[in-house]
Design a protein around this ligand. Structure first.
Ligand SMILES: Cc1ncc(COP(=O)(O)O)c(C=O)c1O
Length: 326
């Protein structure tokens, strides 16, 4: 890193008004131990107060909805979520006194489920897998039932909601653009694709030649691959999101669960960064592509959530033994 090429971060922020004001302004950290001699930065979205980058769309959607009068104190928010958006919506709903029901599936970790409940949200658990072998469609069907029957119901619909990508455009996208004066590659994991699209749309305004690499799970159907078993929550999807825009992404790397676990362990051992499963997927994808990328390339990676939620999975040797090599 040269002093001129990374702009000075802001310091001495004034006292904040609420936990919502603590969302964002996450650190950008050079991964110089894991990738010596390379110019690689990690955006630590795991340092958001709810523990993940999903705090950003939760806050943006709720605050904009309240400001526009679409949401009010009689609103009951409903969303299908594999965990992180559920936690984020539960936190921001609690702050603004809104009711919230998270529609979840059995793949949610026990810890995430407990966190959502601690914030005071309702949990509605589906149990029957969909045709693709996941639970996404079953969860969406359950949401459709709830929006017909729950008074004041409002479906966040993260897979189709334009505010999803816009939250990341104004959030991590703007923050990375403000921190760097050069950027060649962005690596980010995908599920709704809101974060990769929002961040890259903002970054391309400053770095028009930016190459955007999506990191998806083996077994996810987002990029047209066949559905298959996958165990890590957060990354991948069993249906194609409405907001998906493949022409904006230059390449996709599919990473299996075991490689993601290895990526998490490497990140922890080399950098002391304790991150969730999809962060490990990003590190594995980067390790795979790095030999093909120019030595001088500057790369940013997104690390979406914290590792403590994965103590019973990614960081549990018995759980890891149950994973299949793809
Ligand atoms: C841990 C984790 N990684 C990656 C993603 C993918 O983000 P997006 O839905 O913005 O594509 C999510 C989304 O829930 C997530 O929770």
């Amino acid at each position: 890193m040269t002093a001129s090429s990374v702009l000075t971060p802001e310091r001495n922020r004034p006292a904040l008004n609420s936990i919502a004001d603590c969302i964002g302004h996450t650190p950008l950290v050079q991964l110089s131990r894991l990738f010596p001699g390379r110019d690689i930065y990690a955006k630590l979205e795991l340092m958001n107060p709810g523990g993940s980058m999903k705090d950003r769309p939760a806050r943006h959607i709720i605050e904009k909805g309240l400001a526009d009068g679409i949401l009010n104190q009689d609103t009951h928010l409903i969303e299908s979520t594999s965990g992180n958006l559920g936690i984020a919506l539960a936190m921001v709903s609690r702050l603004y006194g809104l009711r919230f029901t998270a529609v979840v599936d059995p793949k949610i970790t026990k810890t995430n489920l407990n966190i959502i409940r601690q914030y005071g949200a309702n949990v509605d658990m589906v149990s029957v897998p969909d045709a693709a072998g996941g639970y996404l469609q079953t969860r969406i069907n359950r949401v459709q039932e709830l929006i017909q029957t729950v008074p004041g119901a409002y479906w966040i619909n993260q897979y189709a909601n334009e505010l999803n990508w816009q939250a990341h455009y104004h959030g991590a996208g703007t923050e990375i653009a403000d921190s760097l004066d050069q950027l060649d590659y962005l690596f980010a994991p995908v599920s709704t694709t809101g974060s990769i699209l929002g961040i890259s749309r903002r970054l391309r305004e400053k770095f028009p030649l930016l190459q955007v690499i999506a990191v998806d799970a083996v077994g996810s159907v987002i990029f047209g691959a066949k559905p298959g078993p996958r165990e890590l929550p957060g990354i991948g999807a069993s249906r194609v999101p409405e907001i998906f825009s493949p022409a904006e992404l230059q390449q996709v790397v599919h990473v299996d669960d075991l490689a993601s676990v290895a990526g998490c362990n490497t990140l922890l051992e080399q950098e002391g960064i304790f991150a969730g499963g999809s962060s490990g997927s990003v590190i594995a994808a980067l390790q795979q592509l790095l030999p093909e990328l120019p030595e001088s390339a500057r790369i940013a990676v997104i690390l979406p959530d914290r590792g403590d939620r994965y103590l019973d999975t990614v960081y549990d040797a018995d759980w890891v033994k149950t994973l299949r090599r793809s």
